[in-house]
Design a protein around this ligand. Structure first.
Ligand SMILES: Cc1cc2nc3c(=O)[nH]c(=O)nc-3n(C[C@H](O)[C@H](O)[C@H](O)COP(=O)(O)O)c2cc1C
Length: 210
């Protein structure tokens, strides 16, 4: 089949998010101007640069996470491990600003070092970010959309020591959860390694990765 999105897809559900899958979940914690904590998952999320490390997420309407990140210039990424899935899912609920999703999902907030927003204490890894840019998305005709992209530079990294094995962060141990299409998810349970043509004799720890 072929379709132009502007004319519809003709399927019971839009396949777009199932095609661009799996997507890592940016579980974003922020505070508002009054210091109230907020936590919500964003799968329009990814790493976009490595040196310095940078992340982005997009908000389809001006939701609390985007508004807080833009207002305070800070946000935190928390990794969703398989055991944290239910809490992540609860935190996606449509809570009013005065309700903290940390409490609603039964999560403990731990302080960050470089930003005011807290992190999810039980997450295997959390990345403290400062906003470097944000923009409202436009379509091909220059029409402003109800979509905002926020890009942050990672200024602090928390890793639970138990997830470091042989000097590497063990993604399969964390069983990092990704969003697929519809209401489908995937967890990383298995890794395979493949060397690049440019790797020569083997993967060298500490080599520059791009
Ligand atoms: C796994 C998952 C991924 C999501 N990804 C996005 C996303 O990329 N962009 C978005 O606007 N909403 C996304 N949502 C919905 C938001 O999490 C939801 O609207 C939430 O209430 C926003 O909270 P906030 O207003 O506190 O930021 C996602 C929900 C789930 C469960």
């Amino acid at each position: 089949m072929f379709y132009e999105p502007r004319n519809g897809h003709g399927l019971p559900h839009d396949p777009f998010k199932a095609i661009i899958a799996p997507r890592p979940i940016g579980w974003i914690s922020t505070v508002d101007g009054a210091g109230k904590t907020n936590l919500a998952p964003y799968s329009f999320f990814n790493a976009v640069h490595s040196n310095p490390p940078m992340l982005m997420f997009t908000s389809e309407s001006m939701k609390h996470s985007a508004a807080n990140a833009i207002a305070t210039g800070e946000f935190v990424f928390n990794l969703v491990s398989r055991d944290l899935f239910d809490a992540m899912n609860i935190s996606s609920g449509d809570f009013p600003a005065e309700v903290s999703e940390f409490e609603a999902a039964g999560l403990t907030a731990a302080p960050c070092r470089m930003v005011k927003a807290p992190r999810v204490a039980s997450s295997p890894a959390s990345l403290e970010c400062k906003v470097v840019s944000h923009a409202q998305l436009q379509d091909v005709n220059g029409k402003a959309l109800q979509g905002w992209i926020i890009i942050g530079q990672v200024v602090g990294v928390h890793i639970q020591d138990s997830y470091i094995r042989d000097g590497r962060f063990d993604t399969a141990l964390a069983q990092s959860v990704a969003r697929c299409g519809y209401r489908d998810y995937s967890a990383v349970t298995e890794l395979f390694e493949a060397l690049r043509p440019t790797d020569g004799g083997g993967y060298v720890a500490g080599q520059k990765d791009v």
